[in-house]
Ligand binder design. Sequence first.
Ligand code: DX5
Ligand code: ZN
Length: 221
Amino acid sequence: MANQNLIAPSILSADFTQLGNQLKEIEDHGADWVHIDVIDGQFAPNITMGIVVVEACKRVTNLPLNVHLMINNPENLIADFAKAGASHLTIHTEASSNLHRSLQMIRKLGCKVGVAINPGTPAEAVKPVLSIVDLVLVMTVNPGYSGQAFIPETLPKIKQIRSWLDEINPEADIQVDGGVSEETIPLLLQAGANVFVSGNSIFKHPQGIQAGIESLKNKLA
Ligand code: DX5
Ligand code: ZN
C-alpha cells in the first residue's frame, strides 16, 4: 500500500504572538502534523525554538508534534524533547557522530524515529539506517530559515531513497522540507516524497492559512 500523503505546516513561519490560534486554525483546516524547527545557531544559522515551545504546542493541539532537530549532538536533548510531547524526533546525519545509537534512543523513548540529510549530503549517508527509521527527511533547502528557494538537485536523491526504502522498509515515509509550494509539490510527489513540510506557503499565504493548506492539498488529490 502506498504511503499516505500528509501536510505538516512549519510553525517557523507562524505569527508567534498568535501561536495558539494559528495551531487551532491549521488543525481545523486539515493539517496532519505540526512541524517544529529547532535550530541551535551552531548546526545551522538562526536560533529558533526549544523545549518550552514543544510543551506549549502540546497543550493546545491534538496534532502529532513532528520535531525537527537542527542541533549538534542531539542525543544530549532528545529525552527532554520526548518528555515535552514530541511524537516524532528527527535528527541529522551531519549532527550525530553515533547515528544508530541516537536513533535507537529515540525509539526507546517511544517517539517515531526520523533521520534528515542536508541538500549537500549524498543519499548514501542515510542508507545504513534505513531499516530502523520511520521517516527520512530530505532537506530541499539548507537549514536555517523559511522562505528559501527550493533546490531541484534534491529530486534524484528522493527517488533513490524511495527505491531503497521500497526494498528495505516500505512503510517508512519520505518527508521534504524547504520551498514546498503549489509549483514544487507535483515534482516532489513524483520523485516519491509523501510528507510535505511547508512554512511560508501556508502561514504567509495571501488569502490566509486555510487557503494555503487547501492549495497544497489540491495538488495531492
Ligand atoms: C528550514 C526549516 C523549514 C522551513 C520551511 O530550516 O527546516 O521547516 O521552515 O519553510 P518554507 O516552507 O517557507 O521553505
Ligand atoms: Zn524543518
